[in-house]
Design a protein around this ligand. Structure first.
Ligand code: ATP
Ligand code: MG
Length: 204
């Protein structure tokens, strides 16, 4: 090995030692053990699919999972099919209607949103659920179909060991404030905008 390479390796080792010490200190500092609340928002693709990734993680450990979808697209989705066919233990509830630009019926949408929220509220009080996913919940707040304080209180008062994932664009600063983790998926480009059709198993 050349002297230059030896030097490079030694510097790398030193940098990694420093990095490891930092990571170890951060791990040691995180001493609170409880369920977490996560908001996945932003205009880019990847919010719901990330939430379903966590569903798979939780199921891997035999955790109990509940999923409530606040917007049921006309399109069947792979996650819906998989949960229905292979995960009988996962509670899955979907809002009965399509969404506002399809139904164009505010009163009907509100009634459906409230019915769907009742299911979510029940899961958020049930300590047997380790993970609750509230997919596209933010739109219910954005359109004021659900009372914000009611939703935020239910999220805050959930059992301490329960984790909850909320997805959807927007959601507002009050929601961001109460969540432990907030990630914004940024839209840099999306295939659909280049005229590529939504893809089975990727987009739905
Ligand atoms: P995914 O379910 O793929 O994780 P998402 O939950 O982040 O997406 P939604 O706003 O719920 O995004 O929209 C779901 C559908 O819309 C998916 O088919 C997704 O590919 C598509 N989509 C998401 N973001 C964009 C975008 N910025 N432009 C065009 N289509 C999008
Ligand atoms: Mg989504």
């Amino acid at each position: 090995m050349s002297e230059e390479q030896q030097d490079k390796n030694a510097r790398h080792k030193k940098a990694m030692q420093k990095q490891k010490a930092k990571v170890d200190a951060n791990i040691a500092a995180a001493s609170t053990e409880r369920g977490v609340s996560i908001l996945l928002t932003g205009n880019g693709k990847g919010k719901s699919s990330s939430a379903f990734g966590m569903v798979i993680r939780a199921l891997g450990y035999g955790h109990k999972v509940g999923v409530v979808q606040f917007i049921k697209g006309a399109q069947l989705s792979g996650e819906e099919l998989y949960l229905k066919n292979h995960c009988p233990d996962v509670t899955l509830y979907q809002m009965g209607t399509g969404f506002t630009w399809n139904t164009q019926d505010r009163t009907g949408d509100i009634a459906e949103a409230e019915k769907t929220w009742a299911v979510a509220a029940e899961l958020l009080q049930d300590a047997s659920y380790d993970l609750v996913v509230l997919d596209e919940l933010t739109y219910m707040l954005g359109y004021k179909y659900l009372d914000q304080d009611m939703v935020l209180n239910a999220l805050k008062q959930r059992p301490s060991e329960q984790s909850v994932v909320v997805t959807g664009r927007g959601g507002g600063s009050a929601l961001q404030e109460i969540m432990d983790t907030v990630s914004e998926v940024k839209d840099i480009k999306h295939a659909f905008k280049a005229g590529i059709k939504a893809r089975k198993g990727v987009d739905y």
